[in-house]
Structure formats: structure tokens, C-alpha cells
Design a protein around this ligand. Sequence first.
Ligand code: FES
Length: 152
Amino acid sequence: EKVPLKLDINGKKYRLQVEPRTTLLDLLREQLHLTGTKKGCDYGQCGACTVHVDGQRVNSCLTLAVMQDGRKVTTIEGLAEGDKLHPMQEAFIKHDGFQCGYCTPGQIMSAVACIREGHANSEGEIREYMSGNICRCGAYPNIVAAIQEVKN
Ligand code: FES
């Protein structure tokens, strides 16, 4: 039995019907085809699925879509303004903050939240905040450099 769900996603209003057990991640990817948000582990261990809900960082694989009724969701697709990349996206490019790119949307969403929440005051603080976002290519130093540049 599907239930109604209202969401604002990247500034667009949606009225949806969803299965109560659908995660926010599966809603984004499967139902809305917003595939920038990635599924790595699907159990809260990798951070590839990171989005913002009402401005807070959330692992979208760990929350049911119906729990977000009426909230504002931002995904990686909503970060740029038209053709103008978000400064964090620019900084990841400049500092080579990725290799394969699979973890990058989640890394960038966390990186933006890191600064917004005031956890980018030192390399150690950044590494601690970003520790839930795993990069198997090991781009960590470059990711930290990108965050530091945007912070300064
Ligand atoms: Fe959500 Fe890995 S897919 S944390």
C-alpha cells in the first residue's frame, strides 16, 4: 500500500506515492531518477548516499522517504546554479578531489555541510567530520585541500 509524500527536492515540489519501506536513497534514484546520489553500502557505512535534509547532512540509505514528509531535500544535482558550479564542486576539480568519482557526490555534500556546520577549522577537524565518507581511491588529502580552500 503506497502512502502520499510531499517533498521539496532541489527547489522543486513533489507530490509522490511511495511504499512505506522505501528509503530516501531509493526514492531519489529509482523513482525520481536523481542518480547523482550513489548507493555504496546501503547500510550507513560509506557516505556515498549523503544528501541534505533541511540543511542537515543525512545518509539517505538510512532514512525512510516517508519520514521526510514536508522537508526540503538537496542532492548533488541541486548544488550548482544553472551552469555555475558550486564553489565546492570547483574546488574538488581544482584539487583533484577524486579519482573514480563514485564517492564524489557524497563527499561534496558532506564537504558543504562541514563548512556550514563550522567543522572546517583545522585539517584534523575536517578529517573527523568527513570520516563517514569513504574514498577507496584514497583522495583524502585532496578532498581536505578542497574544503580548506572553500573555507578560506
Ligand atoms: Fe548510504 Fe553507504 S550507501 S552510507
